[in-house]
Design a protein around this ligand. Structure first.
Ligand code: SAH
Ligand code: DHB
Ligand code: MG
Length: 232
């Protein structure tokens, strides 16, 4: 079995089971046309994010790493009428493409794109004193993953779900001596997660059109201060 098979199976799943409307397809097309890197989640992953947000009845979502807004659209469409999504993007070009894609998807009033390095815009989100987030999707530069996790804890409610993309990277996560700062960023996050008593975590390896990678799923325990986690 190889990457071609993973790709073909992903195509099979998407063709049969995953409806991508014109707005989602156009978002990918515009992103490609504008020269953005093809780092969006896959269609089946976008649908997974949407299903999890629905299962969680999320009303307020935070996304770190917007790119062209593809995952943003999947997530924002899970929201009820009074829901909101804040998404943070460092690259002004990416943010501009995302704004267009989000507007074309009819989500301009639901989604707030903040431009700037997330470690600089997260304090602004805090200062806005919004309702705490129910779901956080971390998918920006991997070097700062551990810091993004701290911010997610600060900004979300007890019982919130935090999802982190790209935690496996072809298995590179195993290499403690990796000189790749992205790998070290993921490892630092994992070491932080391992000692954080207020969360319950798993990571799932994935294959598909995005190659071999994985997600972290982190439940912020409903009683943050209990020091108990359900698997303790
Ligand atoms: N979530 C998107 C993909 C994001 S790709 C999707 O699935 O559709 C990662 C994005 O993070 C890129 O657009 C990159 O410009 C952005 N990024 C990189 N460093 C960042 C930082 N310090 N703060 C915010 N965004 C950053
Ligand atoms: C990269 C970033 C991502 O968020 C992703 O899903 C795939 C690749 C990257 O920076 O290479
Ligand atoms: Mg990613």
């Amino acid at each position: 079995m190889n990457a071609d098979t993973w790709n073909e199976v992903d195509e099979y799943i998407v063709d049969l089971l995953i409806e991508q409307d014109d707005a989602l397809k156009a978002a990918l097309q515009r992103s490609e046309r504008e020269g953005l890197p093809s780092h969006s989640v896959s269609a089946s992953q976008g649908k997974l994010l949407q299903l999890l947000a629905r299962l969680h009845s999320a009303r307020n979502i935070l996304e770190i790493g917007t790119l062209g807004g593809y995952s943003t659209i999947w997530l924002a469409r899970s929201l009820p009428k009074d829901g909101h999504l804040v998404t943070l993007e460092a690259n002004p070009k990416h943010a501009e493409v995302a704004q267009s894609n989000i507007a074309d998807a009819g989500l301009a009033d639901v989604v707030d794109v903040k431009v700037g390095a997330a470690l600089e815009t997260l304090p602004l989100v805090l200062a806005e004193k919004r309702e705490p987030f129910d779901l956080v999707f971390i998918d920006a530069n991997k070097e700062d993953n551990a810091e993004y996790f701290e911010w997610a804890l600060k900004l979300c409610r007890p019982g919130a779900l935090i999802i982190v993309d790209n935690v496996i990277r072809d298995g590179a996560v195993l290499d403690a001596n990796s000189t790749d700062p992205r790998v070290q960023g993921v490892r630092r996050l994992n070491e932080r997660l391992a000692v954080e008593r207020s969360v319950s975590v798993t990571e799932i390896q994935t294959v598909g059109s995005k190659g071999y990678d994985g997600f972290a799923f982190i439940l912020v325990e409903p009683d943050k201060n209990s020091g108990l986690s359900s698997d303790a």
